[in-house]
Ligand binder design. Sequence first.
Ligand code: AMP
Length: 162
Amino acid sequence: MLAKAVATMLEERQAHFLIPASIVANVQEDNHLDHAFMVLTKVRYAKIPVLDNEQRFKGLISLAMITDKMMGLNGIDPGHLGSMVVKDVMETDVPTITLPYDMEKILHLLVDQPFLVVVDQHQTFTGIVTRREVMKCVNYIAHDLERQYMVTPLPAQQDDKK
Ligand code: AMP
């Protein structure tokens, strides 16, 4: 369980966490890989969400997943990319989160993921929460905690430090 003061301070700033779907680069699951390759190269993000044509979240795709499909016996061959679609190579075993945020779960998942996908109850893509935005808030808490709360060590903690 999160310390109450930390949980409260995280909750107060959680409106800043979401990067809304309207400004998140994405591709459709039926897009050809050459299109996804161009999008990923252009936006310069390592990995982006994959949606269906009703804006539901389906998976994630990275440049590495696509370049892996270009590797042939004689080196790199981008020729196959026009005959494969995003859903053939995307990662589908991806954790998602929903609103209202479960901050304990988010902190836990962000240890291994640079961003988390936010969906509604119908799997419609709402946006992403990035490690960067949450780290900004953790930084704020680390600096401001003692301005807002009295934090004193318990006797057992003091004994350990002697
Ligand atoms: P950041 O913490 O801002 O570096 O973002 C971490 C990761 O989140 C990036 O490498 C991308 O995979 C993803 N990401 C962040 N912002 C966007 C965006 N606007 N569109 C698509 N993906 C994004």
